[in-house]
Design a protein around this ligand. Sequence first.
Ligand SMILES: [Zn+2]
Length: 301
Amino acid sequence: MRIGIDLGGTKIEGIVLDAGGIEKARLRISTPNSSYEDDLAAIIGVIGDLERTVGARCTVGIGHPGAVSPATGLIKNANSTRLNGRPLHRDLEQLLGREVRMQNDANCFAVSEASDGAAASCPIVFGVILGTGVGGGVVIDGKPLTGAQAVAGEWGHNPLPQPRDDERPGLRCYCGRMGCIETWLSGPRLQAEFERRTGRRMRATEIADAALAGDGPAAEQIELYCDRLARARSVVVNIIDPHAIVLGGGLSKMKQLYTRVPELWKQYIFSEPDRIVTKLLPPKFGDSSGVRGAAWLWPAG
Ligand SMILES: [Zn+2]
């Protein structure tokens, strides 16, 4: 059996999957947020509790923010910055006395959806997180693509393609660069832009619902969002040409994305516009994809 752990800033969630991908146990605790050592102890505790519940020693996969640097073995790029510079992988393997597989949390989302989720049986899958941040992961034949720097799939920190005059130079991103895709497509940015234009303070999904109900300014805002997403995705399609793109994160609930973006990206993708077969899909497992994907880092059987 396979344990998957989703290490988040507010919670640590664990799951046990059997060989068929059926959930056998689940556990969720608050992240201690006191020290790195306490986080480590909490992860080990969750794994111990899950193994006692199912009565078996399991494989362990961990989804975490940021990436394990191939150069140093230390965590980098994590928004839970307490982890950055820490040898999380080595420490967990030492404490557990076994090999542990670790991947960025967006990569785990992509692995889950590519294994038995929305994009099951698709050879090349790009999992996209649209939430307070914008991330992603690439899965090829069921395996996450990590890459030389372990940043494969981090499209959120590329600049917005084909910027209009009023989209230049864009905002400064927390990463220090100007006009990152994340500064255009994150939930907070969509909300802020809508508020600046209309004076109305609404969450991203509320704006999308209002647009569907016939609210003109909301519809205009969502159309703009879809066009930016289409531009940003077209670059990715031209490079890795995925069979499926699965959206996750809070903004994946915006229904318009699945109809408008495939219509809009026809003008940006370098292929016959009416024969684009890349599917844009909602997630099957939603919030559970992180833990499931971490478990799937060890394939069934
Ligand atoms: Zn950035």
